[in-house]
Write a protein that binds this ligand. Structure first.
Ligand code: MN
Length: 441
């Protein structure tokens, strides 16, 4: 189940793939096109100035494509993701794979890595899945990290204090560099699985395999033995050194604003493997694909948590205006007064980065910011339906939060219809069905 096969299948869906035949520069020009078509079709860059290879962008840029990739739909994706996280399945280990068709000494200059925004310090790999094995060899981890190109064989890697960070620390305690395989160009279900947030020591590629119905095949990398998807486009093999850091950033994050510059670890690349005619996979920072890959797996976790707090949750959205990170809308079938507030509290508790949540009844389309606003306008009273929590742990990505202690104020907005008022006052008027509505143009 490769990226190529997925794109081929998407062509059948109609306008989901655009081929760009003209020569495009990887310096800002490709990024401008990604921005222009953000949240729309997958782009295939056929000719990139100065490079032999093609690139694709925006593969996970719409919810429908993500749903198709993981074999789910609008109504089932939360449960499917939650199931895969609970039921990770080891993939078949193949003897060989197309990803090793070509082996080369490291030369990051020869890979069409894009430069995106105005103040970016250089070219960034933004879809790289970093695969590593724990120091004791007992488990493998996979996570996506932004990687700034520092030279032919060096990258700065942003590592937030999560799993890879813990593994690197375990290595540094015994003076051991962490071997990594950086996978670029994967089936979108692999991207989603890697972002699905299972517990420490669970291999995210196993979650991806469950999402793919057991069809993922992995192969062991020469030199390091790390298991990687056998039909990935590129694998960069190297190690994260415990003794070298470099400045990383500024980089545009989910909010569309620049993150700060930090000292971050350096990855030294030793070998590059790739398929014949490798296709580089690009992802626009702060774009739809970035937001959905971060947000959709979080929605699944929130859905499960809120479902434990109230009986009938209909849907959960991390909305694009909030970067699919800070703002959520939850729709519920309210059964008793207080369900709305409990849903809001469960949402805030289940996602530490969440800042504002709106709870609505199931007649509201949670993908429509206009309908959500309408619910707030007609069903919400600030003195009665608002929950305010001061001084909660927030996200460093929010420039309005307390940037020193990373504290934020969280709001829950209960925009459900109050049960002690007549419901007919709150429901949208409808025009009765008629036999035939003529089209005029
Ligand atoms: Mn992990």
């Amino acid at each position: 189940m490769s990226l190529r096969e997925f794109i081929e299948a998407e062509r059948a869906v109609g306008d989901a793939v655009i081929e760009i035949e003209e020569e495009v520069s990887t310096d800002h020009e490709a990024a401008a096109l990604m921005k222009k078509y953000d949240g729309g079709p997958t782009l295939v860059f056929k000719r990139l100035k100065g490079y032999r290879h093609q690139a694709v962008a925006g593969v996970c840029g719409t919810r429908d494509r993500i749903y198709r990739a993981i074999g789910a739909d609008h109504d089932t994706y939360c449960r499917r993701l939650a199931w895969a996280v609970e039921n990770p399945k080891p993939p078949e280990v193949a003897e060989a794979g197309p990803v090793f068709e070509v082996a080369e000494p490291p030369d990051l200059e020869s890979i069409p890595i894009f430069r995106h925004y105005e103040r970016d310090p250089g070219r960034y790999i933004t879809s790289g899945i970093v695969v590593a094995r724990s120091v004791d060899g007992s488990f493998q981890n996979a996570s996506i990290h932004r990687l700034l190109v520092l030279g032919k064989d060096r990258l700065a890697i942003r590592i937030v204090p999560r799993h890879l960070h813990a593994m690197l620390e375990e290595g540094s305690m015994i003076g051991k560099n962490l071997e990594v395989a950086i996978v670029i160009g994967s089936h979108p279900a692999v991207m989603v699985g890697v972002n699905s947030g299972p517990e420490y020591r669970v291999n995210e590629l196993w979650v991806a395999n469950s999402l793919l119905g057991g069809k993922l095949k992995v192969v062991r990398c020469p030199d390091v033995g790390l298991e990687v998807p056998c039909d990935a486009e590129y694998v960069l093999v190297g190690e994260i050194s415990t003794d070298e850091t470099a400045e990383e950033g500024p980089f545009v994050d989910l909010t569309g604003t620049y993150d700060i510059v930090r000292k971050q670890p350096v990855v030294r690349i030793k070998r590059v493997f790739r398929r014949e005619g490798a296709i580089y996979q690009a992802l626009l920072p702060g774009g739809s694909e970035h937001k959905l890959l971060m947000g959709v797996p979080k929605e699944a976790r929130m859905y499960e948590a809120i479902s434990k707090a109230i009986p009938k949750v209909k849907g959960v959205r991390l909305t694009p205006g909030g970067g699919c990170w800070f703002h959520a809308v939850v729709s519920v079938r309210k059964q008793v007064e207080g369900d709305g507030k409990n849903a809001a509290l469960a949402a805030l508790g289940s996602n530490p980065s969440l800042k504002h949540v709106v709870v609505v009844d199931e007649d509201i389309n949670i993908d429509s910011s206009e309908e959500v606003e309408w619910a707030i306008a007609t069903r919400f009273q600030g003195d009665r339906d608002l929950i305010v929590v001061n001084g909660a742990r927030g996200s460093s990505l929010d420039p309005s939060s307390d940037q020193v202690r990373i504290l934020t104020t969280k709001l829950g907005i209960d925009a459900t219809i109050p049960l002690d008022k007549p419901k007919e006052k709150f429901v949208r008027a409808v025009i009765p069905e008629v036999d035939h509505v003529q089209e005029y143009r």
